[in-house]
Ligand binder design. Structure first.
Ligand code: PA5
Length: 441
């Protein structure tokens, strides 16, 4: 299981950082377990690793096998919580670089923005390939994925005919309502469900994440098993609970003025896990004028760019380092008889050894520079550990939101830009707001 090393944060934390929060943490635990705290209607994810729909899970695996047999590319269309989790797991299990990932079919993501050029690139790429689509939208009405779906659906229908296309479109959406649900019913697409009680950013372990993840060749049973282990472990109250330790420590650091948390990874494949984490924490905590701002860096690359700020900029940072114990493979540093670069003192040493010293040196330097570091120790970059990490961060996020005194399961602020966009686009019903906005622009 995961461990949290707080030795590089200790000097920034009051002695009683955990004991003084135990009562509040226990209340939060009960609210999560009993689904009766603020936003309790959206805490279906808490028991998901044990109580997921096994029949649907089997259908996901069957659909993934079909896509793997008839498609060179899967285009996954979704945004925010309907996008980031799948990409996080696929990249972390494989590679940040599509060309190097050994998974076939290739999984590409669309509908997560409004870039014409990005969409055109993907359309060109899939034009002469066999492809399928997994369109994911809980509400079924989000503009970005809806627009992308129109485009790829049209391509698919031109390529395979309406009937052929139907067998290549998989819709993941609400069980009962929404435009996508209506369309999927009418067209006869295979459907998967985003459960009512699970919000977008907590949905990676539902069909939202699992179908694309399975298509990429990741063992989703092992992923769920890892999450179930974490669920079991983290449901136990007390000072040994790693999620309690993390939630309490970051809350105490926030109260001492550390307003920004950097999630630190040392693997390029971790980048989208950080993106997923940023949405999870940013949308859950950032409200009512409160909340830690979640950001991320990739070391050692960013030590040569952001490292300066982290070491000596405004002292409002804390870092959470996710450390994987083992590399999958080993590279030994070769000897060079000329030793022009002066690195022969490292000859024969594993690259992993160099990486470890870089991490240890950075932890000390940043701590000395006034940045507390929490180190989350994970075993390997495998399905089981990633399942644990997902559940750990989700659970700790629920606890953190309740400690902060906000509803960690709503996102009222996301609506503001959407309303303005609809008004400017001329959507019926937004006429008055459109007038207002046009005057201001
Ligand atoms: O966390 C959230 O609720 C959001 O990020 C949504 O997931 C995102 O806006 C996409 O929504 P939908 O799945 O309804 O298209």
């Amino acid at each position: 299981m995961l461990k949290l090393d707080l030795s590089y944060a200790k000097s920034f934390l009051p002695e009683d950082y955990l004991t003084s929060r135990m009562e509040a943490l226990d209340k939060a635990r009960v609210m999560l377990a009993e689904h009766n705290g603020p936003g309790g209607d959206f805490t279906g994810w808490v028991k998901l690793p044990a109580e997921y729909d096994k029949e649907e899970f089997a259908r996901i695996q069957k659909a993934a096998a079909k896509i793997r047999s008839d498609s060179q590319v899967l285009v996954v269309i979704g945004i925010g919580g309907s996008y980031l989790g799948a990409r996080a797991v696929i990249e972390l299990m494989g590679s940040a670089d599509h060309r190097l990932a050994a998974n076939r079919p290739e999984v590409f993501f669309a509908g997560n923005g409004l870039s014409t050029d990005a969409l055109c690139e993907l359309m060109d790429y899939v034009a002469d390939k066999d492809f399928s689509i997994n369109v994911i939208s809980k509400s079924g009405t989000t503009t970005e994925p809806a627009v992308a779906f129109r485009i790829f659906k049209d391509m698919l229908e031109k390529k395979y005919g309406k009937e052929g296309a139907k067998g290549r479109i998989y819709a993941t959406t609400d069980a009962h309502k929404g435009a996508l649900k209506g369309l999927a019913d009418a067209e006869g697409y295979e459907e998967f469900v985003v459960p009512d009680a699970v919000g977008g950013r907590y949905s990676v372990l539902t069909a939202v994440g699992l179908l694309p993840i399975a298509v990429a060749g990741v063992d989703i049973e092992a992923l769920m098993a890892g999450a179930a282990e974490a669920m079991e472990e983290l449901s136990k109250p007390g000072a040994d609970n790693v999620a309690w330790q993390y939630a309490a420590a970051r809350n105490a650091l926030y109260q001492s003025g550390k307003a920004i948390e950097l999630l630190v990874g040392y693997e390029p494949s971790f980048r989208f896990f950080s993106e997923w984490w940023k949405q999870l924490y940013g949308e859950s905590e950032g409200k009512e004028g409160k909340g830690i701002f979640p950001a991320s860096v990739e070391f050692t690359a960013d030590l040569h760019s952001m490292g300066q700020y982290i070491q000596q900029g405004q002292r409002i940072l804390m870092e959470t380092v996710v450390k994987f114990d083992k590399s999958r493979r080993e590279i030994l540093i070769p000897n060079d008889p000329d030793n022009v670069d002066g690195l022969n003192f490292l000859s024969g040493k594993p690259l992993q050894f160099v990486a470890e010293q870089a991490m240890r040196g950075t932890l000390l330097a940043h701590m000395d520079g006034g940045v507390p570091n929490m180190v989350l120790e994970a075993e390997a970059r495998d399905e089981r550990t990633i399942g644990q990490l997902i559940y750990f961060f989700e659970y700790a996020c629920g606890l953190s939101g309740y400690l902060l005194g906000v509803n960690p399961f709503d996102q009222p602020g996301v609506e503001a830009y959407k309303k303005n966009m609809f008004a400017l686009l001329g959507k019926p019903g937004y006429e008055a707001q459109r007038e207002e906005l046009l005057k201001r622009l």
